[in-house]
Unconditional design. Structure first.
Length: 261
């Protein structure tokens, strides 16, 4: 045992006093002179300390450049003099994202910006309004080869939001934010609401042979033909008439004409 210790001491002194570099390999090659430790292998790796996140953070007075492997986050970290930084993301990222199984999420609880320096929502996407035609945000389904939802910009007079189904019209609906026009089944709405196709409106009072009318405030509802035709006479007669009140005629001193073909 004494002989082994003596041999190791002699070897250590020789290395520190003469070579100033230590080479660990199986082929007898010398260490690179620019390295204090030169490890070479074709079948093994370098295993650095593996710590939990709590253990890494608890290291007292870490030296600049100190590197560990965070076993909780499955990432290498180094100390840059003021904070621990993920090797995978570099000095400017500070590991704002966490990989969990097959998912990745923002672990700061703050807003995320794409093209936005100061994001105002959980996800803020901004583009330049003078960069020509571009899609600012898009959701697509690869299997159908079509865009499901996107916010577009063509020019200063034509930008908004589009959505379509996998086999429906392109777009299924469009909202042009410049002129506040909403189109369903059309990419060029000509009115505030432009619908190409059938329209269904239900409020619980809809029914056969009813008409949709509005009140003085523009609120619509379904009513029967008799209720809608307050000043009209039906082809099959009217009920609820009052003698001297309900009549067929004019009230403006203009002749009442009945025409036949």
């Amino acid at each position: 045992m004494k002989n082994i210790v003596s041999t190791l001491l002699i070897l250590f002194c020789a290395i520190t006093g003469i070579a100033q570099s230590l080479s660990i390999n199986s082929d007898g090659s010398t260490a690179n002179p620019s390295a204090m430790l030169d490890v070479k292998s074709t079948s093994k790796g370098l295993l650095i300390p593996r710590l939990t996140s709590a253990q890494r953070i608890a290291i007292s007075g870490p030296a600049i450049g100190l590197e560990v492997y965070d076993a909780d986050l499955n990432q290498f970290y180094f100390y840059n003099g003021s904070s621990w930084t993920s090797v995978a993301y570099g000095a400017n990222a500070n590991n704002f994202w966490t990989l969990s199984g097959g998912n990745i999420y923002n672990n700061t609880g703050t807003n995320v910006g794409i093209g936005a320096v100061v994001p105002l929502a959980k996800l803020t996407v901004e583009g330049t309004d003078d960069a020509g035609p571009q899609d600012l945000f898009k959701l697509s389904k690869v299997n159908y080869g079509s865009t499901i939802f996107y916010q577009y910009y063509t020019d200063a007079g034509n930008w908004g939001t589009k959505m379509r189904g996998s086999s429906g019209p392109a777009p299924g609906f469009l909202f042009n934010m410049v002129n506040a026009r909403f189109g369903i089944g059309t990419s060029a709405p000509a009115a505030n609401l432009d619908v190409i196709g059938t329209v269904k409106i239900t409020d619980g009072s809809q029914g056969l042979n009813k008409v949709f009318i509005s009140d003085a405030n523009g609120l619509g509802s379904w009513v029967s033909l008799s209720a809608a035709s307050v000043n009209a006479w039906g082809l099959t007669g009217n009920s609820g008439t009052v003698d001297g009140t309900n009549f067929i005629g004019t009230t403006d001193n203009i002749p009442f004409n009945i025409l036949v073909n």
